[in-house]
Ligand binder design. Structure first.
Ligand SMILES: [Cu+2]
Length: 281
């Protein structure tokens, strides 16, 4: 299990941890910010554990897809091109006109532009909504979609964590569980954090075939904001669970130096890849 080599799969998980796609930004005549994103559905083999390849359907070549980010009130245009082998779409969570909701299949070779205003602020997700739904999502077509509040959140080390699973033998059960697509990624390469630094985790659950996934932090407590809303009742705890499609923001500081484990509190998921470490310096 212990492996210090930085494989292609690990590098993808590490990049997704801190990378946000803010789109191409311009200002409209009325002063509104316009963000344009290019999203390409493409079939791609993804390394999900050392030497183990998953025949994925991806947005922009990674599982999960990019973490799209904007501010409440921005006008968003997602230029979607289907270069994959099956019909796909992008269904965004949030508030928008139903015709922009991603229920229409975009066939291979076709494209569509989803346009709507970003609202409400919080952590949203996006995923393909073509039937059979479980298969289209499970193949890898999902990601985080962050709408920042107009009043910016406090500066922090910001991390994306998308919890997911991989069913390699198509029996409707996952053989691997990960955050950001690579088993044990942050166990072999702990996430480096500074003592007392504010850490903000955008956590979502896109695991198929299991009703729940969870996040448990050792030796510390965090504040959890369901759906990333400061006006929702928050929790101060060390374990939260999310059903499929649920997401939220975790905020935490570490007051002792050292190694802290985090993992799914479903032990089976942890042992099949969903565990990692924070290294506080
Ligand atoms: Cu699809």
């Amino acid at each position: 299990m212990s492996d210090l080599t930085k494989t292609t799969g690990y590098k993808m998980a590490e990049r997704l941890l801190t990378e946000f796609d803010y789109g191409k930004v311009t200002k409209l005549a009325n002063g509104q910010i316009l963000r344009e994103y290019e999203v390409v559905a493409i079939d791609k083999e993804i390394e999900i554990a050392k030497g183990i390849k998953f025949p994925g359907w991806t947005y922009n070549g990674s599982i999960p897809g990019p973490s799209f980010r904007c501010t409440e009130g921005d006008l968003l245009r997602f230029h979607f091109i289907n270069k994959g082998s099956h019909p796909h779409s992008i269904h965004f969570h949030g508030i928008h006109p139903p015709e922009m909701d991603g229920l229409t299949s975009i066939y291979p070779g076709q494209n569509f532009t989803y346009e709507f205003e970003a609202k409400p602020y919080g952590l949203q997700i996006y995923h393909c909504h073509v039937l059979p739904l479980a298969r289209h999502i499970h193949k890898g077509l999902y990601g985080n979609f962050i709408i920042d509040p107009k009043k910016p959140r406090e500066p922090a080390l910001e991390l994306n964590m998308v919890m997911n699973g991989f069913d390699l033998d198509l029996d409707g059960e996952n053989e691997f569980y990960t955050v950001n697509g690579y088993a044990f990624a942050f166990m072999n390469h702990p996430i480096k954090i500074k003592k007392d630094q504010l850490v903000r985790i955008y956590l979502s659950n896109l695991t198929e075939f299991d009703l729940l996934n969870s996040f448990h932090l050792h030796a510390n407590y965090f504040t959890y904001y369901p759906t990333g809303r400061n006006d929702n009742p928050s929790q101060f705890t060390d374990t939260i669970m999310q059903c499929q499609g649920e997401r939220g923001i975790i905020e935490v500081r570490f007051s002792y130096k050292g190694i802290y484990m985090f993992h799914a509190h479903v032990s089976e998921f942890a042992e099949l890849g969903w565990m990692g470490f924070f290294e506080v310096e």
